[in-house]
Design a protein around this ligand. Sequence first.
Ligand code: PEP
Ligand code: MG
Length: 600
Amino acid sequence: MPRRKNECSILKGIGAAPGIAIGPAFLLNSSKVRILRRSIDDSDIPGEQERFEKAVSDAEQWLNRLLDEMPEELKGQSGIFQAHLLMLRDRMIYNRTLDIIADEGINAEWALDTSLEYARRLFEQVKDTYIRERISDLEYVVERILQFLSGSPVVDFGELDEPVVIVAHDLSPADTIQMKRDKVLAFVTEVGSRTSHTAILARSLGIAAVVGVEGLTSGIFSGEMVIVDGLAGQVIISPDDDRLARLGEKQDSYLRYRLEAIHFSGLPAETRDGYRLKVKANMELTEEVPSIVANGAEGIGLFRTEFLYLARKNIPTEEQLFATYREVVESMSPYPTTIRTLDIGGDKLVSAVSLDEEVNPALGLRAIRLCLEEKELFKTQLRAILRASVFGSVKILFPMISGRMEIVKVKRFLEEVMEAMTREGIPFDEDVKLGIMIEVPTAVMVADFLAEEVDFFSIGTNDLIQYGLAIDRVNEYVAHLYEPLHPGVLRMIKQAVDAAHQSGIAAAMCGEMAGEPMYVPVLVGMGLDELSMNSLSIPRIKRLIRQVDQEQCSNLVKELLESSTGSRIREILLDFLKSKFPDEFGPAIGLYPDFWDMDA
Ligand code: PEP
Ligand code: MG
């Protein structure tokens, strides 16, 4: 039976970003507008044309307002909006749609989509790639008109009157990046998993989030009060007084715990028997620097630079990138900043870099593969990173390396860039340290060879598990199969760490696994030298490291590596955690969310 409005109901999902938020639901129609064909009577044609014209002028007004309100520093980007304004009235779209409505007697949405299809075919025949790529602008413009036609216009998060909980079928990383903490209390989506980039961004923004909530959008009304419990992966719609009170208590104890952990976050991450790890931060947005420092990070272990390219229409220039990198590097100094080169593609699409639609983007032209093809894009970024390297300590990290030739090619290209800069008299750190992400299973298999090429490894478990277990990290249907404790995954991690150490280089981990409290004994036991994670997790991970013995952890790992199933490994690990940390993992902190189900 469908749910009635204001009836209390609880939905389960995956806790994607910690924290608890309470506020009114704001339903967002972010999935592409679905277009249906509808025949109309001759007498309705003028009305339908008028409806179309109104949607075009609404889109025009919206774009004009964006232009007016554009901050001074972004004014250089206004050209693209001007172009979109012109496209709204382009004959190919505007006149043709009006004609199709009249000639075929069909609805405006269908007519508009037909015009776009026609334009797409025309564009495809053009040889000039620049012109051919403009089809994506046309698609953007048509999407805006369709949104106004459907009555669900684009949301400007800054314009919301009051703080809300965003409820959507899906949110792209580009949608998420625009959320402002004072207006968006939390978000909940039907799709997604803990390691999707949308979830990772929620953690960077400090916004509580639950993803993968089945039946969400059909079971909630806009304006209804919702509690988002990002710790337990739970959404409570129209909570009763009792639940409100209990969640309030949980919120308090979570905040108390965080404050206490932060208080000690400056202490080193050293085990009781003297094994010292470095704990660093993953950074997606430059605004995170103060919180990275406050949470006790010993540097940035992973700067996901692609987010600077997201949600903008133009590719940033070398100057813009340099200015940003320099600021981060200087603020983190004397700690190092590990700048990862562009990892776009997969679930991180950048509108300024037009990529052909791929059937299987996770296995497609992504990360280093794209950079090795788009050399200008790569060169611009490398120059900016190198220029920033004289303002502090910089390391460069290359993503998605799958074999030796790939890193050899990258290093050759880097050398060419360095030589050109030397000729131009531009200073840079000639001894800049180079590392690779270990996130493609073949990289593990040839880790001994790869270790001869670089100064450090950083294990990216998000992708390593995705590719190792063949589980799409953004697909909620297989999210439950995503198992960091799979014996195959543990063996891969161990093999990569051992290969690094045999060659005398450092082994870091920057996948989400590094920031999950329950894996601390495993990672310490594996002998990792460095863990990098979202900054919110740092105080707690450091605190746990300080409570274990490396020797005990490495014995634990030996036992785990001899176990043949993930479930057995999980059992052994849980026993270890319960015996070593009887007080550390109370329900309020959400380590074992399933142990603390409100209705259990
Ligand atoms: C990873 O794959 O584990 C990683 C850290 O990189 P990203 O999540 O950006 O793919
Ligand atoms: Mg990755």
